[in-house]
Design a protein around this ligand. Structure first.
Ligand code: ADP
Ligand code: MG
Length: 225
Protein backbone atom coordinates (compact mmCIF):
# COMPACT_ATOMS: atom_id res chain seq x y z
CA UNK A 1 0.00 0.00 0.00
CA UNK A 2 1.37 3.46 -0.88
CA UNK A 3 -1.49 5.82 -0.04
CA UNK A 4 -4.61 5.52 2.05
CA UNK A 5 -7.43 7.97 2.73
CA UNK A 6 -9.67 7.45 5.74
CA UNK A 7 -12.93 9.35 6.15
CA UNK A 8 -11.67 12.43 4.33
CA UNK A 9 -13.95 15.44 4.75
CA UNK A 10 -13.33 18.80 3.10
CA UNK A 11 -15.84 21.57 3.60
CA UNK A 12 -15.80 24.98 1.97
CA UNK A 13 -17.53 27.85 3.73
CA UNK A 14 -19.76 29.92 1.45
CA UNK A 15 -22.09 32.90 2.05
CA UNK A 16 -25.03 30.58 1.61
CA UNK A 17 -23.71 27.79 3.81
CA UNK A 18 -21.21 24.96 3.77
CA UNK A 19 -20.28 22.85 0.74
CA UNK A 20 -19.19 19.30 1.45
CA UNK A 21 -16.66 18.98 -1.36
CA UNK A 22 -15.46 15.65 0.08
CA UNK A 23 -17.87 13.75 2.29
CA UNK A 24 -16.24 10.86 4.19
CA UNK A 25 -14.07 9.55 1.36
CA UNK A 26 -12.02 6.39 2.03
CA UNK A 27 -9.78 4.47 -0.36
CA UNK A 28 -6.54 2.51 -0.63
CA UNK A 29 -3.93 2.83 -3.39
CA UNK A 30 -1.39 0.06 -3.85
CA UNK A 31 2.13 0.47 -5.13
CA UNK A 32 2.09 0.44 -8.93
CA UNK A 33 -1.63 1.15 -9.30
CA UNK A 34 -2.84 3.39 -12.12
CA UNK A 35 -5.78 5.04 -10.37
CA UNK A 36 -8.39 6.96 -12.33
CA UNK A 37 -10.67 9.43 -10.54
CA UNK A 38 -13.85 10.22 -12.45
CA UNK A 39 -17.12 11.98 -11.69
CA UNK A 40 -19.20 14.94 -12.85
CA UNK A 41 -17.95 18.53 -12.70
CA UNK A 42 -18.03 19.75 -9.10
CA UNK A 43 -17.98 16.24 -7.62
CA UNK A 44 -14.74 16.89 -5.70
CA UNK A 45 -12.05 15.39 -7.96
CA UNK A 46 -9.64 18.32 -7.90
CA UNK A 47 -10.27 18.89 -4.19
CA UNK A 48 -9.32 15.26 -3.57
CA UNK A 49 -6.08 15.54 -5.53
CA UNK A 50 -5.10 18.84 -3.90
CA UNK A 51 -5.90 17.66 -0.39
CA UNK A 52 -3.90 14.43 -0.56
CA UNK A 53 -0.56 16.16 -0.15
CA UNK A 54 -1.62 19.20 1.79
CA UNK A 55 -2.00 21.75 -1.01
CA UNK A 56 -5.31 22.33 0.77
CA UNK A 57 -5.93 21.21 4.34
CA UNK A 58 -8.61 18.68 5.27
CA UNK A 59 -11.56 19.50 7.50
CA UNK A 60 -11.15 16.01 9.01
CA UNK A 61 -9.89 12.55 8.15
CA UNK A 62 -6.54 10.82 7.83
CA UNK A 63 -4.09 10.43 4.97
CA UNK A 64 -1.39 7.80 5.23
CA UNK A 65 1.53 7.84 2.78
CA UNK A 66 4.03 4.99 2.87
CA UNK A 67 3.01 4.06 6.39
CA UNK A 68 3.03 7.56 7.92
CA UNK A 69 0.20 9.97 8.59
CA UNK A 70 0.71 13.14 6.55
CA UNK A 71 -2.52 15.04 7.24
CA UNK A 72 -1.30 16.34 10.58
CA UNK A 73 2.34 17.18 9.89
CA UNK A 74 3.94 20.60 9.37
CA UNK A 75 3.89 22.40 6.03
CA UNK A 76 7.67 22.12 5.90
CA UNK A 77 7.64 18.35 6.24
CA UNK A 78 4.84 18.08 3.68
CA UNK A 79 6.79 20.21 1.22
CA UNK A 80 9.80 17.93 1.70
CA UNK A 81 7.73 14.82 0.98
CA UNK A 82 6.16 16.45 -2.08
CA UNK A 83 9.53 17.50 -3.49
CA UNK A 84 11.07 14.06 -2.97
CA UNK A 85 8.22 11.67 -3.68
CA UNK A 86 5.46 13.31 -5.73
CA UNK A 87 5.23 14.62 -9.29
CA UNK A 88 2.36 16.79 -10.51
CA UNK A 89 0.91 17.10 -14.02
CA UNK A 90 -1.78 19.67 -14.69
CA UNK A 91 -4.17 20.36 -17.55
CA UNK A 92 -2.47 23.65 -18.36
CA UNK A 93 1.08 22.47 -18.80
CA UNK A 94 2.43 25.26 -16.58
CA UNK A 95 5.82 25.42 -18.28
CA UNK A 96 7.95 28.48 -17.62
CA UNK A 97 7.73 30.43 -20.92
CA UNK A 98 11.24 31.92 -20.95
CA UNK A 99 13.05 28.67 -20.10
CA UNK A 100 14.05 26.09 -22.70
CA UNK A 101 12.74 22.52 -22.67
CA UNK A 102 15.91 21.35 -20.91
CA UNK A 103 15.75 24.12 -18.30
CA UNK A 104 12.06 23.51 -17.61
CA UNK A 105 12.77 19.84 -16.93
CA UNK A 106 15.70 20.79 -14.65
CA UNK A 107 13.51 22.90 -12.34
CA UNK A 108 12.68 20.14 -9.81
CA UNK A 109 16.37 19.20 -9.66
CA UNK A 110 17.46 22.75 -8.79
CA UNK A 111 16.06 22.14 -5.31
CA UNK A 112 18.36 19.14 -4.84
CA UNK A 113 21.98 19.21 -3.81
CA UNK A 114 23.48 18.01 -7.08
CA UNK A 115 25.81 19.76 -9.49
CA UNK A 116 24.58 21.73 -12.48
CA UNK A 117 26.31 19.24 -14.74
CA UNK A 118 24.46 16.34 -13.11
CA UNK A 119 21.16 18.24 -13.44
CA UNK A 120 21.72 18.68 -17.17
CA UNK A 121 22.63 15.00 -17.54
CA UNK A 122 19.51 13.75 -15.74
CA UNK A 123 17.14 16.14 -17.53
CA UNK A 124 18.65 15.17 -20.90
CA UNK A 125 18.20 11.46 -20.10
CA UNK A 126 14.50 11.91 -19.31
CA UNK A 127 13.96 13.97 -22.46
CA UNK A 128 15.58 11.22 -24.46
CA UNK A 129 13.29 8.67 -22.78
CA UNK A 130 10.23 10.72 -23.67
CA UNK A 131 11.37 11.32 -27.24
CA UNK A 132 12.22 15.01 -27.11
CA UNK A 133 16.01 15.06 -27.21
CA UNK A 134 15.88 17.06 -30.45
CA UNK A 135 13.82 19.82 -28.77
CA UNK A 136 16.02 20.56 -25.76
CA UNK A 137 16.84 24.15 -26.72
CA UNK A 138 13.30 25.08 -27.80
CA UNK A 139 11.08 27.43 -25.82
CA UNK A 140 7.56 26.19 -24.87
CA UNK A 141 5.89 28.41 -27.50
CA UNK A 142 7.99 26.72 -30.21
CA UNK A 143 6.49 23.32 -29.31
CA UNK A 144 3.15 21.71 -30.17
CA UNK A 145 0.60 21.14 -27.40
CA UNK A 146 1.43 17.43 -27.24
CA UNK A 147 5.15 18.18 -27.00
CA UNK A 148 4.52 20.74 -24.25
CA UNK A 149 2.62 18.17 -22.23
CA UNK A 150 5.45 15.69 -22.75
CA UNK A 151 7.88 18.28 -21.37
CA UNK A 152 5.54 18.69 -18.38
CA UNK A 153 5.55 14.93 -17.88
CA UNK A 154 9.34 14.83 -18.14
CA UNK A 155 9.51 17.56 -15.50
CA UNK A 156 7.16 15.60 -13.24
CA UNK A 157 9.29 12.44 -13.34
CA UNK A 158 12.86 13.80 -13.49
CA UNK A 159 13.30 13.60 -9.70
CA UNK A 160 12.06 9.98 -9.77
CA UNK A 161 8.92 10.39 -7.68
CA UNK A 162 7.12 7.31 -6.40
CA UNK A 163 3.71 8.84 -7.09
CA UNK A 164 2.41 11.04 -9.90
CA UNK A 165 -0.76 13.07 -9.51
CA UNK A 166 -2.36 14.28 -12.73
CA UNK A 167 -5.45 16.51 -12.98
CA UNK A 168 -7.04 16.25 -16.45
CA UNK A 169 -3.63 15.82 -18.15
CA UNK A 170 -5.27 15.37 -21.56
CA UNK A 171 -7.99 18.01 -21.06
CA UNK A 172 -6.40 20.43 -23.53
CA UNK A 173 -5.33 17.90 -26.16
CA UNK A 174 -7.06 16.44 -29.22
CA UNK A 175 -7.90 12.68 -29.20
CA UNK A 176 -4.71 11.56 -30.99
CA UNK A 177 -2.40 13.54 -28.73
CA UNK A 178 -4.38 12.42 -25.69
CA UNK A 179 -3.71 8.80 -26.58
CA UNK A 180 -0.01 9.54 -27.00
CA UNK A 181 0.14 11.10 -23.51
CA UNK A 182 -1.91 8.27 -21.96
CA UNK A 183 0.45 5.71 -23.50
CA UNK A 184 3.41 7.60 -21.99
CA UNK A 185 1.77 7.55 -18.58
CA UNK A 186 1.11 3.83 -18.93
CA UNK A 187 4.75 3.26 -19.89
CA UNK A 188 6.01 5.28 -16.91
CA UNK A 189 3.63 3.34 -14.66
CA UNK A 190 4.66 -0.07 -15.94
CA UNK A 191 8.38 0.38 -16.59
CA UNK A 192 9.24 2.45 -13.56
CA UNK A 193 6.57 1.19 -11.16
CA UNK A 194 5.50 4.77 -10.47
CA UNK A 195 2.00 4.89 -8.98
CA UNK A 196 -0.32 7.27 -10.85
CA UNK A 197 -3.48 8.99 -9.66
CA UNK A 198 -5.21 10.64 -12.62
CA UNK A 199 -8.36 12.77 -12.58
CA UNK A 200 -10.20 12.71 -15.89
CA UNK A 201 -13.61 12.99 -17.42
CA UNK A 202 -12.62 11.25 -20.61
CA UNK A 203 -13.94 7.66 -20.76
CA UNK A 204 -10.95 6.71 -22.92
CA UNK A 205 -8.53 8.00 -20.27
CA UNK A 206 -10.52 6.29 -17.52
CA UNK A 207 -10.04 3.02 -19.43
CA UNK A 208 -6.34 3.17 -18.51
CA UNK A 209 -7.14 2.73 -14.84
CA UNK A 210 -6.22 -0.45 -13.00
CA UNK A 211 -8.08 0.97 -10.00
CA UNK A 212 -11.07 3.23 -10.44
CA UNK A 213 -12.58 5.77 -8.09
CA UNK A 214 -15.83 7.46 -9.07
CA UNK A 215 -17.04 10.49 -7.14
CA UNK A 216 -20.50 12.01 -6.95
CA UNK A 217 -21.31 15.02 -4.76
CA UNK A 218 -18.17 14.45 -2.72
CA UNK A 219 -18.84 10.77 -2.07
CA UNK A 220 -17.14 7.73 -3.56
CA UNK A 221 -19.77 5.73 -5.42
CA UNK A 222 -17.42 3.23 -7.09
CA UNK A 223 -14.12 2.26 -5.55
CA UNK A 224 -12.48 0.41 -2.69
CA UNK A 225 -11.75 1.36 0.88
N1 ADP B 1 -11.64 27.16 -3.26
C1 ADP B 1 -12.94 26.84 -3.18
N2 ADP B 1 -13.79 27.58 -2.43
C2 ADP B 1 -15.08 27.24 -2.31
N3 ADP B 1 -15.66 26.19 -2.91
C3 ADP B 1 -14.88 25.41 -3.69
C4 ADP B 1 -13.47 25.69 -3.85
N4 ADP B 1 -12.95 24.74 -4.69
C5 ADP B 1 -13.97 23.91 -5.01
N5 ADP B 1 -15.12 24.31 -4.41
C6 ADP B 1 -16.41 23.61 -4.49
O1 ADP B 1 -16.22 22.26 -4.08
C7 ADP B 1 -16.92 21.37 -4.93
C8 ADP B 1 -15.93 20.39 -5.59
O2 ADP B 1 -15.08 21.11 -6.48
P1 ADP B 1 -13.89 20.42 -7.33
O3 ADP B 1 -13.09 19.60 -6.42
O4 ADP B 1 -13.20 21.50 -8.07
O5 ADP B 1 -14.71 19.47 -8.33
P2 ADP B 1 -14.24 18.76 -9.70
O6 ADP B 1 -12.76 18.84 -9.79
O7 ADP B 1 -14.77 17.38 -9.58
O8 ADP B 1 -14.93 19.52 -10.81
C9 ADP B 1 -17.69 22.24 -5.93
O9 ADP B 1 -18.99 22.43 -5.43
C10 ADP B 1 -16.91 23.53 -5.91
O10 ADP B 1 -17.75 24.61 -6.25
MG1 MG C 1 -11.48 19.68 -11.30
Amino acid sequence: MILQGENIVKQYQHDRGIINALDHVSFTVNNGDFVTVTGPSGSGKSTLLLSLFGLIRLTSGNIIFEGHRIDNISDRKLTDIRKKSVGYILQSFALIPYLTTLQNVMVPLMLEKISGKEQVKRAAEILDYIGLSDRMEHLPRELSAGQQQRVAIARSIVHKPRLIMADEPTGNLDPALSLEILEFLKKINQENKITIIMVTHSPVAAGYGTMKLHLNEGKIVIGNS
